[in-house]
Design a binder for this molecule. Structure first.
Ligand code: HPA
Length: 278
């Protein structure tokens, strides 16, 4: 068996043994939303450490667990803590949890992250709906023998971030009076923040926000036929756009400030997905 698939199936067997729950939505929590899982009706939790073969995050303070429960009536699995490529994992390991949540039954993937704004019209504290992405600065998780059990060799990418979901999110944000930018997310490897020249490159390429996650996850989910949506919390303007140097602490604090608004929007979106899609 393909080793990537074998590892995935081993994790899946391990999860199935421990938790009986079929989620509809899979939510990945980025910085600033880290404690969102504590706000929902939790029915079970599963530490990543307790899943055989599962990649575990090395960043201090990053919780690593799946939380299962309900946002209003919608059954969800939440990733409280993700693994990043810059931690040294293979890109296939980075997306393993996404694939796993699809195997658990999740049809919709909701990605969140903190990102640096590269668009001069953005401000720290903005929320940005992801319209599309540029993922090619990290290796594709689909490189290698195709996992035919998961999807096709050459997946279509015309509508990665589902248009219907995007329209629904924009309408909800308007109703809730939460202002929402829309733009293109570029994933770079990190872990260093970008140099001003790299930030300029991102802008020239058509990017609006830059970060170190998300696009590879969307790629893997798209391969498996999930419906995907994503929102970035613009925690800062990227390096060189202001006089201030960037620190992880500042990024974290800025993301925490946006959290109440971000959580409100996420809750409403997930509740609506539950209503909309039976
Ligand atoms: N660059 C990359 N990733 C980030 C940033 C940034 O400026 N802010 C938060 N995550």
């Amino acid at each position: 068996m393909n080793p990537v698939y074998e590892k995935l199936m081993k994790c899946y067997e391990s999860v199935k043994e421990k938790v009986k729950f079929t989620p509809k939505v899979a939510l990945v929590l980025g910085s600033g939303l880290g404690d969102y899982a504590e706000d929902i009706k939790i029915t079970a939790t599963l530490d990543y450490h307790d899943i055989e073969g599962f990649p575990v995050s090395t960043i201090p303070g990053h919780k690593g667990r799946f939380v299962f429960g309900y946002v209003e009536e919608t059954p969800v699995v939440i990733m409280q803590g993700r693994v990043h490529f810059y931690e040294g994992y293979s890109i296939q390991d980075v997306v393993l949890p996404i694939r796993l949540m699809k195997l658990m039954g999740a049809e919709v993937l909701f990605l969140t992250n903190a990102a640096g704004g590269v668009n001069f019209d953005f401000h720290a504290g903005d929320l940005m709906l992801i319209k599309d992405h540029i993922s090619m600065f990290v290796p594709s998780p689909l490189i290698g023998a195709n996992l035919d059990e998961l999807g096709v060799r050459f997946p279509d990418m015309s509508d990665i971030y589902d248009r219907e979901l995007r329209d629904m999110i924009k309408n909800l944000a308007r109703d809730l009076e939460i202002s929402l930018q829309e733009g293109i997310y570029i994933q770079l490897t990190g872990p260093a923040y970008e140099s001003p020249a790299e930030v300029q490159m991102c802008r020239i390429l058509g990017g609006d926000a830059v970060g170190m996650s998300t696009a590879c996850e969307a790629l893997a989910a798209n391969h498996m036929g999930m419906k995907i949506c994503g929102i970035s919390c613009i925690s800062n303007l990227a390096c060189g756009m202001t006089d201030q140097p960037l620190s992880h602490k500042e990024v974290q604090e800025a993301a925490d400030k946006v959290a109440p608004r971000f959580k409100k929007l996420v809750t409403n979106v997930i509740a609506e997905i539950g209503r909309d899609r039976g």
